[in-house]
Design a protein around this ligand. Sequence first.
Ligand SMILES: NC(=O)c1ccc[n+]([C@@H]2O[C@H](COP(=O)([O-])OP(=O)(O)OC[C@H]3O[C@@H](n4cnc5c(N)ncnc54)[C@H](OP(=O)(O)O)[C@@H]3O)[C@@H](O)[C@H]2O)c1
Length: 315
Amino acid sequence: MASPLRTYFLAALALAPIFAYLRKQPKRSSTLPHKNERVLIIGASSGIGRTLAHEYAKLGAKGVCVIGRRADKIAEVVAECNAYKGPHTEVIGITGDFAEVEDMVRAREQLESRWGGIDTMIVAAGVSALLPLMEITGVKSGNADKEGIQRVVDVVGRASRGNYVGPLVAAVTFVPLLESSSPCPSILLVNSLASVLPAPTRSVYASSKAASLLLYQALSIEHPRIAFSHVLPATIEGDFRASAVDGGTVREADPNKSGLKREAVARRCIAALEYREKNVYMPGLMGVAHVIYLVWPSFIERYARAKYNFTPAVM
Ligand SMILES: NC(=O)c1ccc[n+]([C@@H]2O[C@H](COP(=O)([O-])OP(=O)(O)OC[C@H]3O[C@@H](n4cnc5c(N)ncnc54)[C@H](OP(=O)(O)O)[C@@H]3O)[C@@H](O)[C@H]2O)c1
């Protein structure tokens, strides 16, 4: 590494813990007590969204609204939250697709009429994609044919719908309602470490997640009254990968053995909202890995190839 680069790198490493400490400001007095908080969780029929719904019900939030496409799963989550909740919590389940304008407008109308608005919107919904880009074409070597290239376009369309268009429609639908109906509105986007640390086999997933991360980061500048938090977790336990829009399978270590625990991620999300933290890496040390990637990309690329068990094809 060139020596000025190394100096910047070492300085960044030394200063990282100080920045992390300073950014973790004490709870703002403007944060709503949970008993007054109306929380909308999009993508709550399983995984982190579902665990977040349980946590908010246990905290005694004023309202917990869960959204997902599978009606049977949403009914289960509502029943679970009703079992956990305190006497003053109202739980609402809505079946819908967050990339469908009609579904989101219907959800907004329901929340306006039942609660008069919302205070917190959590976007946890997302879909995975697991194949190296060229493998999606189905062509083993040489030029991809027309059908193969079209297959890639179709897969990217499905990934964009779940990871970019959905967050976009949710933001356009609910940002004005949050601003007009809440004394301290907040939005939390459950994004991914893949958005800032590129990995093989994740080109489609990472680029579609990165698009929504940048969308929300820019929105947070356009809407300073809303506290935005973006949580970037590494691999989490569960069956997120079963939703792969390219039909790919997992190459790395079993997420259920090595992944972050759902409860830990959900609690970290709630803390991020309470402390109004902007960008949260999980585990926290991954913030350092992001800095390393900026100054020494080949180091992270080697690590990523090993983690995803990926050997580049020899052309
Ligand atoms: N699991 C990981 O290793 C990992 C790591 C880093 C980041 N993340 C991110 O964490 C988030 C949650 O993942 P998870 O592990 O909890 O996976 P999960 O169990 O598959 O949860 C995803 C949720 O999103 C919902 N969803 C997907 N598309 C939707 C749509 N179009 N409209 C409405 N809801 C939709 C699904 O419900 P329906 O199918 O019922 O709609 C499901 O409830 C994702 O955004 C993912 O990118 C996951």
